[in-house]
Design a binder for this molecule. Structure first.
Ligand code: ATP
Length: 228
C-alpha cells in the first residue's frame, strides 16, 4: 500500500477548476519528483494534499481518507510541508523557529545542525536577518523537526545561488539516505531531482500525463512537459 495515494484528484479556486485528474503515489520511504511547466497544478496538488483547499477524488495517507481533514490534522498524521517562499517566523530566532516546530522523533536540533551547520552558527539570529538560502535551510529544518513520514518540498531551491542550491540538494540526498522519510519534491531541474528522486510524475493542465522511473525520463519527455 502506498503511503500517499492520489487518484483522479480535482480541485478548483472558486469557479475556476485547476486540477482535472491528478494521479500520484508515494510509497513509504520513496522519493518522488512532481514536475510540470508553470501553472500546471503542482502547488495546487500540494495544497490539496495538505488540506489547504478542498478537493475531490481519492486522497489517502497511510490508508486514511484525507478529505474533510483540516490542515493541522494532516500535519499531525505526518505530512511536513516546505512551502514555496521559505516560510518561517521572521521575528523569532533560528533556534526558536526550530523548537516551535519540534515533535518527537529522530530529527532533533542536533541532527538538523549536522545537516545544516550554518543554521547552528546562526542559532541566536532572528530569521529575518538570514540570507535567502539560509531561510530555505531553516524552512527545511522546521519541516524535519516535525518528524514527518512524508516531507513535501515546493520549489525548495528556486531563486537561490548555484552553490546554495547544491548544498540544499546534497542535504536532501542525505535526508533520503539516512531516514525512511518519504519525499515529494517539486522542481524543474531533472539533473538535481535525479540525485534524490526514484520516480517522477509530470502534470499538464492539472492532469497527470506521465509517470515513471527517473531514469526513464528522457530529454524529449522533459522538453515536452517541463520545457527544459
Ligand atoms: P508554478 O510553477 O508557477 O508555481 P504550478 O504548477 O504550481 O505553477 P499552480 O500554482 O498549482 O501551478 O496553478 C494551477 C492553476 O491554478 C493556474 O491556472 C493558476 O493560475 C491557478 N491558481 C493558482 N493559485 C490560485 C489562486 N490562489 N486563485 C486562483 N487561481 C489560482
Amino acid at each position: 500500500m502506498s503511503l500517499l495515494q492520489v487518484e483522479g484528484l480535482e480541485a478548483s479556486y472558486g469557479a475556476s477548476q485547476a486540477l482535472f485528474g491528478v494521479d500520484l503515489k508515494v510509497g513509504a520511504g520513496e522519493a518522488v519528483a512532481l514536475m510540470g511547466r508553470n501553472g500546471m497544478g503542482k502547488t495546487t496538488t500540494v495544497r490539496a494534499i495538505c488540506r489547504m483547499i478542498p478537493s475531490r477524488g481519492v486522497l489517502r495517507f497511510d490508508g486514511q481518507d484525507l478529505h474533510n481533514l483540516p490542515s493541522h490534522r494532516a500535519a499531525r498524521l505526518g505530512i511536513g510541508l516546505v512551502p514555496e517562499g521559505r516560510r518561517c517566523f521572521r521575528d523569532l530566532t533560528v533556534a526558536e523557529n526550530l523548537l516551535a516546530a519540534a515533535r518527537p522523533g529522530p530529527w532533533d536540533r542536533a541532527r538538523v545542525a549536522d545537516l545544516f551547520p550554518r543554521l547552528e552558527e546562526r542559532a541566536g539570529q532572528v530569521a529575518a536577518s538570514l540570507s535567502g538560502g539560509e531561510q530555505q535551510m531553516l524552512a527545511i529544518g522546521r519541516a524535519l523537526m516535525t518528524n514527518p513520514r512524508l516531507m513535501i518540498l515546493d520549489e525548495a531551491t528556486e531563486g537561490l545561488a548555484p552553490l546554495v542550491r547544491a548544498e540544499i540538494w546534497a542535504a536532501l540526498g542525505q535526508v533520503r539516505g539516512a531516514s525512511g522519510m518519504a519525499l515529494l519534491v517539486i522542481d524543474k531541474s531533472v539533473k538535481e531531482l535525479a540525485q534524490v528522486a526514484d520516480r517522477a510524475v509530470l502534470l499538464e493542465r492539472g492532469k497527470t500525463v506521465w509517470a515513471g522511473n527517473m531514469d526513464a525520463l528522457t530529454p524529449d519527455i522533459t522538453e515536452r512537459f517541463v520545457g527544459v
